[in-house]
Design a protein around this ligand. Sequence first.
Ligand SMILES: [Zn+2]
Ligand SMILES: [Zn+2]
Length: 124
Amino acid sequence: MKNAFLLGVILVVPAALVIALVYSLVRFFWSMYQDVRLYRELNDIQAQSEARREKRRLEEQKRLDNGCEHTFDSALGGFPPGVCPKCGIAKEKPVGQCDHVWRRKEGPVMGSVCEKCGKQYRAE
Ligand SMILES: [Zn+2]
Ligand SMILES: [Zn+2]
């Protein structure tokens, strides 16, 4: 009877050790897997935002590439700030639906009007 108890202890102790080892191994690999997954997700997000930025940059370039030698910083009268007075487009695509193309408005008041949406701009 005593021998059986001893045998039980001798069997249980290594079994517990093996279980603990397996458990910590599984935990280790699980956390490594989580790290790899997180890293991959971060990489994906980074790649996506880089692709988006690149696409935006190309679109911006295409938008400005209309054969005009823009002069965005000239403060020629009647145009909103940051707009090229030769072709009428803004350096940065404006927020909103319309990518305005400004044309000088005829008349006594210095101002311009968007030929696409009709938005008025009056120089102060
Ligand atoms: Zn221009
Ligand atoms: Zn417009």
